[in-house]
Design a protein around this ligand. Structure first.
Ligand SMILES: [Zn+2]
Length: 72
């Protein structure tokens, strides 16, 4: 009986450790995702966004910076 309890405790410990590791990994991933913010977008197609200056693949218009629009 004592051996069974030891095994159960060991399994519970492993479950806790792996759960913590998964939580940490998910948190780090979401942080990276929110940090990577797209700054440039097409005025005609707001769904076209880029993190660096360029042109819209749909209409060829120059992508404008989101910050410059807010400053107006
Ligand atoms: Zn466009």
């Amino acid at each position: 009986m004592k051996k069974l309890l030891t095994i159960l405790a060991f399994v519970a410990l492993i479950f806790t450790v792996t759960a913590c590791q998964n939580n940490n990994r998910a948190a780090a991933g979401s942080n990276q995702h929110t940090k990577k913010e797209a700054k440039y977008y097409c005025t005609m197609h707001p769904s076209i966004i880029s993190d660096k200056p360029g042109t819209c693949p749909k209409c060829g218009m120059k992508l404008v910076e989101r910050d410059s629009v807010n400053k107006k």
